[in-house]
Design a binder for this molecule. Structure first.
Ligand code: SF4
Ligand code: SF4
Length: 398
């Protein structure tokens, strides 16, 4: 059933998927999505091995699946192949931890700021664990995201929002979540923070864990979504997972399959909601914005949602703002990919176009929705990067 949904026989061999693959652009020896997609699945079904060493180099950006004219689940087949990979030694331990950001977040938040000092001091030793010493872990907040919770008796269902916080906002940057809540409340919404865990995307190569994450999250959101709440995400990877991944995970479980479909069709990126308000004339835009040049980067997982660039549209509507579309491709970070020692150089090479575009534009501020894109931009340039809602809130408060 899963395989049918991914259309294994639909490949036309047109190579369009190869033309958009960020890894193939910097590593011509990478077999590319055309070969690693449905081909690898066919080999595996015959008990043969093909390209297994390479699947780990896929960023999981989803661009190959997005452009495929025949809707072949190219990146999904590669993810399936990753899940079947045997890992040993230190990589196995590292990948186990990286697949569980909620566990790491919970422990690090409980022990912050000590945990932050320990991570900083241990940076030089990270290569022992297969992690690059060129980067530092983002610091953890000492309190996870908490906020207003809507009453279950509330009757105005249409205006209720269930905020899916995701691990980064919950444990590393709760103030970003609080900013979004303030903006949503200002626009008349009642916001409930979902009692969910990791979206499961980091555990894509750990099938059991990603299924557990997905199942727990679906059940945790069922009640609110059934009552009419819309699910809103600020993280493009969480949004991509809720909209496109959960629906393919439970082919043999009717209840979870239907719940996944319901949640997918009720999930929105915060920017989508802002555009909706803008188009309905309900979004109060700041009028006296001092001249400010913003450089906007589109995250791959926003592109993969097929919703355009809603925040770009909102920011462009603000008088006084100059918003440059960087249009420079993938940043190369892809969650923890850029933290892996063996992938660091590829990650930075992929990001070169973006770094160059930012440096050439000399903006006052870089904006992008994805937290790990922001990390990569700050690592590869001297510019700071913010989520668009932070810039929007800053302008409003002037
Ligand atoms: S874009 Fe789709 S149809 Fe074309 S080669 Fe890739 S998987 Fe096959
Ligand atoms: S998911 Fe991204 S990195 Fe992986 S094969 Fe497809 S385009 Fe390339």
């Amino acid at each position: 059933m899963l395989k049918d949904k991914l259309n294994i026989d639909g490949c036309l061999k047109c190579s369009y998927c190869n033309t958009v693959c960020p890894v193939l652009k910097v590593r011509p020896d990478y077999p590319g999505p055309k070969k690693l997609g449905s081909d690898i699945e066919r080999f595996r079904r015959e008990g043969l091995s093909f390209g297994e060493d390479w699947v780990d180099y896929c960023l999981g950006c989803g661009q190959c699946s997005l452009v495929c004219p025949n809707q072949v689940g190219v990146s999904e087949y590669i993810a399936e192949a990753k899940a079947h990979q045997e890992k040993n030694g230190i990589k196995k331990i590292r990948d186990y931890v990286f697949a569980r950001p909620a566990l790491l977040g919970k422990m690090s938040t409980m022990t912050a700021p000590v945990s932050n000092s320990v991570f900083k001091m241990a940076t030089a030793l990270m290569p022992i664990g297969g992690i690059t010493s060129h980067r530092t872990f983002p610091s953890y907040a000492s309190k996870a995201l908490r906020g207003s919770v809507v009453s279950k008796q509330e009757t105005d269902q249409r205006k209720q929002i269930l905020l899916f916080p995701g691990c980064f906002i919950k444990y590393n940057d709760p103030s970003l979540g609080e900013t979004a809540i303030k903006i949503l409340e200002r626009a008349g919404y009642l916001v409930e923070i979902a009692q969910t865990g990791c979206c499961g995307l980091p555990a894509i190569a750990d099938k059991k864990e990603s299924l557990t994450d997905a199942k727990n999250n679906l059940l945790a959101m069922e009640d609110s979504v059934t009552r009419g709440s819309r699910v809103v995400t600020l993280c493009t990877s969480c949004g991509y997972t809720l909209k496109s991944k959960y629906t393919k995970l439970f082919p043999d479980n009717d209840r979870l399959g239907k719940l996944a479909d319901m949640i997918a069709s009720n999930t929105y990126d915060l920017g989508e909601l802002m555009v909706e308000l803008l188009e309905e004339g309900k979004l109060k835009l700041p009028m006296n914005t001092p001249p400010l040049k913003l450089a906007y980067h589109t995250p791959c997982h926003l592109k993969a949602q097929g919703i355009g660039r809603p925040w770009f549209k909102v920011l462009k509507s603000i008088p006084g703002l100059e918003v440059v579309d960087l249009d420079a491709g993938c940043c190369g970070m892809s969650g923890t990919y850029g933290f892996r020692q063996e992938k660091y150089d590829i990650s930075m090479k992929i990001g070169e176009n973006l770094f160059k575009a930012i440096n050439e534009n000399i903006p006052n501020q870089v904006v992008t929705e994805c937290a790990t894109c922001r990390m990569q931009i700050e690592h590869g340039t001297k510019f700071k990067a913010l989520h668009p809602v932070e810039v929007f809130a800053q302008i409003l408060s002037r």
